[in-house]
Ligand binder design. Structure first.
Ligand SMILES: Nc1nc2c(ncn2[C@@H]2O[C@H](COP(=O)(O)OP(=O)(O)OP(=O)(O)O)[C@@H](O)[C@H]2O)c(=O)[nH]1
Length: 882
């Protein structure tokens, strides 16, 4: 039996790397250690997210990771509001994660001078740099999760061992699968009464449609209820943590040294090893070879070979395998082994799939761009780009850096902090970065690496790394930043590179809103600045000025989302404003196409004469419209509406980006014109003619003939926006007044989890009182049987009878399930339904009362649908108040 005590890492300095302490909270030694990130190689980097349902224990687990890696000197507690990652006042007050915190750590810790220090690694691991993102679990913050997912290379999914696979986990799981992110699962809270590891493993197969590769089995003290450690099926050993400690003391025992009283536990570890080798062999030929070399003895295969095979399978999406680990973070059990697994099994940035991008409306990948393929393909469609083909190689070679700003946070002391993930090249201080979304250049004044709310200054952010640029004035969450050798200071890199966008994501509709009323006229400017900051941080919030009512409206994705945004506006950003009631936003849709409307704008704007003109036509899109990005030359699809812009002499429907080959005024480029016109058209769609709601399913066509519609220096981008707004408004007015418009409401996809006893009452309430349509009723606890209850035909079907899971000796409901005795009233059922959003407001409270507090639900926006018949009359009466 080996006793290991992990003590604090010793301090060490790093010659040649300048480190400036930016804020307090760290010792010099930890800063020196962490600053090594700047020079750490890509193969030793992991950009990892932690995803889960609310309350599964993400923050609790992250706190342990920080502590064991030597980054903090004490373990923060969610329940006491003292965690490092949940640092916003609103997060600490509510005990939930709202923002994705980004934090870097080393695993194993850098500590070569200390002879006593060892970690629970399963092999001799060298220190790796882990950039960790703790994401929110609440459904209202799904967008925050999505925008983090797209810059991650791997994810740890944490499950609550009592609740099993919950609805929000499923949702985020499939999003991660969409971005092809390899994952490992950690089943947490195994110390709690009713925890069922085996049943949760089966649920992973049935509900997440993936093959669980059980790497650990829980260790219950002498077969009694107390959870004390884990059996490692990979390393064929058992790890027991000293009870009540900080988790740094543990014993590692090889299977043959375990006492006889643990015979059942030893057998289970062996069963798990056999099942693991079988599962890996089905997907990995090298494992089959190792198995044959070991003379078909599952237990004789070296643990290093099992790890290598697991890694190959995790990185291969076709294998569809997820390694499973066990623990109880709150009791400080299991977290070091989970960190080992992150390093051993999850990909480094070079292993991750090729990042997707969009270049002038054409979809591609970064490596296709860098090897010149993309530009060559585009040239066959577009005469203007053909000119660039000759220079394609030179163009790409001059592309120095490509990075994505995935998050902007306003820090009271340092201003806006822009978090970036660099995909190619390197960002150094003073780099000139061209923002392809805003078409402006900004210089990076300095670079930081973040440790939750603390930071250190670094010399560079190389490809594969995550870092922070403070002091950028304009960059928003989601913007792509590139640097290009010889770029024009003003207009940036040459076309089409100036349109390059990395992994664009669609912003979901903001459906709750509240008015924002500055306390006095004098406060108006400060309130506007605070609102601008808020939407720069979170693009799923929207600010709309309603010209007619004179009100400023702030909208968000959910009641809670908006509540937190208001809290941040008033308490953190100190905006002196009052907020109105939180209400639901409806939409309005036109019924018929308009005639083309020409508008000439000619007015003084900000002390300068502005002059521009264009032609607008609007037409309704079908409710099931799916945008096809390469259908038109330039087209934007935002918040359910589409804007198509042609720069040509009408009528010329085949016009494409760059088809205009004539002269443009020197201060205007094609992307600048597109951006200005698009913003003008979208502004006109923010208020409908008949009901004053934002337009939906509307396609705006703007035609602009530079010869007739541009007027030299007088045609500023602002003048173009105004012309597009007025022309679109005129077209909308013409059709809405003549043909009327439709009221639309958001319908949600709702999944309610209840026990069998409450099923009838909940179904009845959803379908009769809330106007919902029940889509399916499923068994949430599928832990046996030959096939799964797949509600989604596209997902792989897992034969549950072939899934290995250790028995659950104590879990209340699972115990009976293992024996095949279903106690009907406690059986968990999932109801999926489509319900109008309006009817779901305040639903949680109602559900709790219907289910004795046990029911839970998640929902996500499906689509806006036209309201008809009696419901339309009732809603309009409610909205108008008469
Ligand atoms: N018994 C037990 N409780 C735990 C464990 N891990 C976390 N908890 C508790 O579960 C609750 C939620 O933990 P968090 O770490 O805040 O969960 P989270 O997933 O970060 O939650 P959100 O940020 O709200 O999504 C807290 O009260 C924790 O103390 C565990 O291993 N055992």
């Amino acid at each position: 039996m080996r006793i290991v005590r992990v003590s604090r890492p010793l301090s060490r300095s790093l010659p040649g790397l300048q480190i400036n302490r930016v804020s307090c909270g760290f010792s010099t030694s930890s800063l020196a250690r962490t600053a090594k990130d700047a020079v750490i190689e890509v193969s030793k980097t992991r950009n990892i997210g932690i995803i889960a349902h609310i309350d599964a224990g993400k923050t609790t687990t992250t706190e342990r990771m920080l502590y064991y890696s030597g980054h903090t000197r004490r373990i923060g507690n969610v329940d006491e509001g003292s965690t490092v990652t949940d640092f916003l006042p609103a997060e600490r007050a509510r005990g939930v994660t709202i923002q994705s915190a980004t934090i870097s750590l080393h695993w194993p810790p850098v500590r070569e001078n200390d002879q006593n220090i060892q970690s629970t690694k399963t092999s001799d691991l060298a220190p790796h740099n882990i950039n960790l993102i703790d994401t929110p679990g609440h459904a209202d913050f799904t967008f925050e999760v999505l925008r983090s997912l797209r810059i991650l290379d791997g994810a740890v999914c944490i499950l609550d061992g009592v609740a099993g696979v919950e609805a929000q986990t499923e949702k985020v799981w499939y999003q991660a699968a969409k971005y092809k992110i390899p994952k490992i699962i950690y089943i947490n809270k195994l110390d709690r009464d009713g925890a069922t590891f085996g049943a949760t493993v089966k649920q992973i197969a049935s509900r997440l449609h993936t093959w669980p590769a059980v790497c650990q089995v829980p260790w219950w003290e002498g077969g009694r209820r107390q959870f004390i450690g884990v059996g490692d099926a990979v390393g064929l050993r058992a790890i027991r943590w000293a009870g009540g400690g900080d988790g740094k003391s543990f014993e590692i025992t090889q299977l043959n040294k375990l006492p006889k009283s643990e015979a059942a536990f030893i057998d289970e570890i062996k069963n798990a090893r056999r099942a693991l080798v079988e599962l890996l062999s089905e997907n990995d030929d090298q494992m089959v070879e190792k198995y044959l070399e070991a003379e078909e003895d599952h237990l004789a295969i070296r643990s290093e070979d099992v790890v290598a095979s697991l890694r190959r399978c995790v990185l291969n999406p076709v294998a569809n395998i997820v390694p499973i680990f066990a623990g109880a973070s709150f009791r400080n059990i299991g977290v070091q082994l989970l960190l080992d697994a992150v390093v051993q099994l999850l990909p480094n940035p070079a292993d991750a799939p090729d990042p997707e991008l969009n270049l002038g409306g054409v979809e591609g990948t970064l490596s296709r761009l860098m090897n010149g393929d993309m530009l060559s393909t585009m040239s066959s469609h577009n005469s203007k780009v053909a000119k660039h083909k000759r220079h394609a190689n030179a163009l790409v070679q001059n592309l120095e850096t490509c990075a994505l700003a995935f998050k902007v946070v306003h820090d009271p002391r340092r201003g806006a902090l822009v978090y970036v993930r660099v995909y190619s090249g390197i960002i150094t201080p003073r780099s000139l970065l061209f923002n392809t979304n805003l078409q402006i250049s900004e210089r990076a004044p300095q670079l930081l690496k973040m440790y939750a709310s603390d930071s250190v200054q670094i010399d560079a952010i190389p490809a594969g790394q995550i870092g922070v640029i403070p002091g950028l004035k304009h960059t928003r969450t989601g913007d792509t930043l590139i640097s290009y050798i010889g770029a024009n200071q003003k207009s940036g890199p040459p076309a089409p590179l100036n349109t390059l966008q990395l992994r664009p994501i669609e912003v979901p509709p903001a459906v709750f809103f509240s008015s924002v009323e500055p306390h006095s006229l004098g406060e108006e400017k400060d309130v506007r600045t605070a609102l601008d900051l808020l939407i720069r941080e979170d693009p799923s919030l929207q600010v709309v000025d309603d010209e007619e009512s004179g009100q400023t409206l702030l909208s968000g994705m959910g009641e809670f989302h908006l509540e937190i945004a208001i809290d941040r506006l008033v308490n953190d950003l100190k905006a002196k404003a009052s907020m109105g009631r939180i209400e639901i936003a409806y939409r309005e849709s036109i019924l018929q196409a308009s005639q083309p409307e020409t508008n000439a704008f000619d007015r003084e704007q900000g002390g300068k004469q502005g002059r521009a003109s264009c032609i607008a036509t609007v037409e309704p899109l079908s409710e099931d419209y799916v945008p096809e990005l390469d259908e038109y030359g330039y087209s934007a699809y935002e918040d359910g509406n589409r804007v198509t812009i042609t720069l040509s002499s009408p009528p010329d429907p085949s016009s494409e980006l760059g088809a205009w080959d004539g002269e443009l005024p020197s201060h205007l480029s094609v992307p600048v014109i597109h951006n200005a016109v698009k913003n003008g058209a979208l502004a006109a769609l923010s208020r409908g003619i008949n009901y004053a709601f934002q337009l939906h399913n509307t396609h705006v066509f703007i035609n602009l003939n530079p010869r007739n519609h541009l007027f030299g220096a007088e045609t500023t981008p602002q003048a173009l926006s105004s012309a597009a707004r007025l022309a679109t408004k005129a077209a909308l007015k013409a059709t809405a007044l003549k043909h009327g418009s439709a009221l639309m409401e958001l319908v949600m996809n709702v999944t309610v989890s209840v026990d069998e006893a409450s099923l009838g009452a909940v179904v009845n309430d959803l379908s009769s009182s809330r106007g919902g349509h029940i889509m399916s009723l499923d068994d949430a606890d599928v832990t046996s049987g030959p096939t799964v209850n797949s509600t989604n035909e596209d997902l792989p079907r897992i034969d549950i009878s072939k899934v290995y899971a250790p028995p659950d000796p104590f879990g209340s409901s699972s115990q009976t399930q293992q024996l095949g005795i279903a106690t009907d009233s406690s059986r968990q059922r999932n109801i999926t339904a489509r319900v109008p959003l309006k009817e779901m407001v305040g639903y949680l409270k109602h559900l709790r009362s219907l289910t004795g507090g046990r029911g839970t639900f998640v929902m996500s926006a499906d689509k806006f649908e036209r309201v008809v018949g009696q419901r339309e009359k009732v809603l309009l009466k409610e909205l108008r108040g008469y």
